[in-house]
Design a protein around this ligand. Structure first.
Ligand SMILES: C[S@@+](CC[C@H](N)C(=O)[O-])C[C@H]1O[C@@H](n2cnc3c(N)ncnc32)[C@H](O)[C@@H]1O
Length: 209
């Protein structure tokens, strides 16, 4: 999703809206330094596990009903998607208690993060900004992107599509706002496409980064 190289992973990384995904667990195992923030980290491991179990069938049924919105290549079926997602969530749940103690999972949410300026080398945000364009308005996107640029020297966001399969209506305004704030903004094609057509990420390099 983010075309990450070994060099990208060297510094301190913020995962914003990481949810019950395995990025932090896997990166930590490789010796990288990742902090994840998400409002779901207010809940205990058993609460999150119960919620995942309770919503699993519904999530899979939604994917089945909207099958033509996705590219079934790397992942070949709804069943395989379910298995991959569950494996990622299991890896997250295994790591969550230790990660909580180590301060790697923080109950924080955009648009305001309590980190000092430039605390992170890279901030990553997947499947939150732009994807939930109907639920999160353009002002929320602007505040959140500026906040991510404040706390990290570089920010990457994926995907640029909203739910439903079209480019987010907040993208152009956000790019214009970030450029007006002096940041360097570019859009890059990545080697990942699951939501059909959504194969680009936004890269923002801080004005003074
Ligand atoms: C669809 S999930 C994406 C999880 C993960 N990034 C991925 O790509 O698989 C969206 C996540 O954003 C989190 N979220 C919702 N509002 C947020 C906010 N204001 N700030 C940070 N995270 C938020 C949700 O709790 C959820 O875990």
């Amino acid at each position: 999703m983010f075309s990450l190289t070994g060099a990208d992973m060297v510094g301190r990384i913020l995962g914003c809206g990481d949810g019950p995904a395995s990025f932090n667990a896997e990166a930590t195992r490789r010796g990288n330094k990742v902090v994840s923030c998400d409002p779901i980290y207010t809940f205990s491991s058993s609460d999150i596990k119960a919620r995942i179990a309770a919503t699993y069938e519904q999530v899979i049924e939604q994917a089945r009903q909207n099958q033509n919105e996705f590219v079934w290549e790397a992942i070949t079926s709804v069943e395989e998607l379910g298995q991959i997602r569950m494996a990622a969530m299991e890896a997250f749940l295994d790591d969550y208690p230790a990660g909580m103690i180590e301060g790697r999972y923080l109950n924080l949410q955009l648009p305001s993060l309590p980190f000092p300026d430039g605390d992170f080398d890279l901030a990553l945000c997947s499947h939150l900004l732009f994807l939930y364009s109907r639920q999160l308005d353009e002002a929320f996107h602007h505040f959140s992107l500026l906040e991510l640029c404040r706390v990290a020297k570089e920010v990457r966001v994926f995907p640029l599509f909203a739910l439903g399969g079209a480019i987010s209506p907040h993208l152009d305004g956000s790019v214009e706002m970030l450029r007006a704030a002096g940041h360097q903004v570019s859009i890059h094609r990545v080697n990942y496409e699951f939501q059909r057509g959504a194969c680009e990420m936004l890269r923002i390099q801080r004005a003074d980064g």
